[in-house]
Design a protein around this ligand. Sequence first.
Ligand SMILES: CC(C)(COP(=O)(O)OP(=O)(O)OC[C@H]1O[C@@H](n2cnc3c(N)ncnc32)[C@H](O)[C@@H]1OP(=O)(O)O)[C@@H](O)C(=O)NCCC(=O)NCCS
Length: 177
Amino acid sequence: MDLVIGPLDLSAHVDEALAVQAVAFGLGPDEVAVRRQIVLRHMTYPGARALGATTAEGRLVGFVYGLPNDRAHWWSTVVEPYLRARDNDHWLDDSFVITELHVHPAYQNRGAGRALITTITDSATEPRSILSAIDTESPARALYRSLGYQDLARQVLFPSAPRPYAVMGAPLPLLRP
Ligand SMILES: CC(C)(COP(=O)(O)OP(=O)(O)OC[C@H]1O[C@@H](n2cnc3c(N)ncnc32)[C@H](O)[C@@H]1OP(=O)(O)O)[C@@H](O)C(=O)NCCC(=O)NCCS
């Protein structure tokens, strides 16, 4: 792979990262502005960290960030009843949450996404990882499954999100192909 995976000071590079997310995931300017405040807040939480995928010229073309789950955090409070309904809410304890993972479309399918999520979870001390992904068959869902993530809840509705999400969890370390 011609991209370098390494630590990212996400607070300092939030605009570059959100520019990647905007084109990879499809965010409008208003959504970017909202995400910007959320990312900056997340990066103040204990254990929050990010990795970037950078070209030889130093352009950020992918990133991942996550943090140890805290049941008091908004995301956790939204997914908790869905997990509890399936006796899966223990996944919220001692778990590293992948909050965002995005690779610029021009740089997808080169292994960057897999390298980003594997590397960040390798540094976690928690025995498991959880995340949410739009509840449809997508490259992201296929990637997560190949790493050992399984569905813990489906059709999870986040306030203001137009589409339902699946919550997925995997034991750490993640599976290698
Ligand atoms: C999900 C995403 C980060 C993957 O990044 P990537 O750099 O392309 O991923 P990789 O090259 O490491 O691909 C690894 C796996 O993804 C899956 N994948 C990639 N493209 C795929 C496609 N078109 N169809 C199905 N699976 C695909 C495969 O499982 C692949 O494994 P393989 O290489 O063994 O075949 C990227 O597709 C992306 O940014 N998508 C848009 C934003 C998004 O949905 N983010 C996740 C939000 S939850």
